[in-house]
Design a protein around this ligand. Structure first.
Ligand code: Q9C
Ligand code: ZN
Length: 342
């Protein structure tokens, strides 16, 4: 399988994450992508290709103009305001029905953030833009050639970002941008399978009212883990989108046998939808040693995950999301991709 990768991911290199009341080195760090690309090369999975530039219009097809402008300018405006650390929100319009957007950057952070752990830092916008281009280049290549599968090694990740909010280490929703690109380039039905440990709240919200993009997610029960306010089984879509969002929350300690039962149900939904193309939000934070998650998948299990997905027989793009056991991340990701190819 071919991979799309950009060295510019390193522009996202925040110094701080708010975790357990401390400012720590972010879990979502540049070495994640380096371990993955090194493993791709070591195992000779396939060519590693640089992305093209698809510009702003596919980003604007998903994200609101004011949110994009906020991301583009936030770091400079935070510095101009004289703050010394990285940009972290501290106040939210919680529970308000209508909110006037504040003028000052400190208020705008709370207006556009869905969580407080993720610092905005120098280069964040540039890396997020490039990550979206990695997703777009991958889907463009998949739609226009004969290959069955492609891997977009996106960093930073995207599935928590909504049309107008960032958080959970995500800024632009790469998989949603790629899914919309499919719809705008001839695909009638697009399925998204989200197997990151965390619920893909951003992707769900973006397509919640639609019946042309199926969203199916396997994740830690939001009663117990981030993003906490999305991902319950009863969330199934709205209006004509009813039935086109499907959630499989699972409890702490879930191992591969029961996780795979949910995967089988998810794959049945996708097969019944008769999708033209499948996009997989690929997180490997389901790994047993992941530092922030509570599933118990082992490295060899990821080979089976790739094989199970390949059985659908649908053209598939894998889009990188989470996974924070940095030493093992390359092995686990490439196992999924190699399992798909096998
Ligand atoms: N103290 C993705 O996997 N909560 N995002 C972290 C650590 C946020 C995960 C808690 C987790 C976000 C793309
Ligand atoms: Zn995750």
């Amino acid at each position: 399988m071919e991979s799309i990768f950009s060295e510019k991911h390193i522009l996202r290199n925040a110094k701080t994450e708010l975790s357990g009341g401390l400012l720590v080195e972010p879990y979502e760090r540049p070495s994640r992508a380096e371990y993955i690309v090194n493993r791709i090369r070591d195992t000779q999975l396939g060519n590693v290709i640089s992305p093209g530039d698809y510009g702003m219009s596919p980003i604007r097809a998903i994200h609101s103009a004011d949110f994009v402008e906020f991301l583009q300018t936030a770091w400079v405006r935070w510095k101009e305001a004289g703050f010394e650390g990285e940009a972290i929100p501290s106040v939210w319009p919680a529970g308000q029905l209508q909110t006037v957007r504040p003028r000052f950057i400190e208020g705008q952070l709370g207006y556009y953030a869905l969580a407080g752990e993720t610092s905005l830092s120098e280069g964040t916008w540039e890396a997020a833009y490039e990550s979206a281009q990695v997703a777009l280049s991958g889907i463009d290549k998949l739609l226009s050639n004969e290959s069955r599968g492609i891997f977009s090694l996106c960093r930073p990740p995207g599935h928590h970002a909504t049309a107008n909010r960032y958080g959970g280490y995500c800024f632009l929703n790469n998989v949603a941008i790629a899914a919309q690109y499919c719809r705008d380039n001839g695909s009638q039905r697009v399925a998204i399978l989200d197997i990151d440990f965390h619920h893909g709240n951003g992707t769900q919200e973006i397509f919640y009212d639609r019946d042309d993009v199926l969203f199916v997610s396997l994740h830690g029960d939001p009663l117990d883990t981030f993003p906490f306010f999305w991902g319950h089984e009863k969330e199934q879509g709205r209006g004509s989108g009813t039935g086109y969002t499907v959630n499989y929350p699972m409890p702490p300690g879930t191992g591969f046998a029961s996780w795979r039962e949910s995967l089988a149900k998810a794959l049945e939904k996708i097969a019944a939808f008769n999708a033209d193309v499948l996009l997989v939000s690929l997180g490997v934070d389901t790994f047993e040693n992941d530092p922030i998650s509570f599933f118990k998948l082992k490295s060899d299990d990821y080979l089976v995950v790739g094989r199970d997905i390949a059985e659908l027989g649908i053209k598939t793009q894998f889009v990188m999301e989470g996974g924070y056991d940095v030493e093992e991340i390359g092995i686990n990701v490439v196992n999924v991709l190699a399992g798909f190819d096998s």
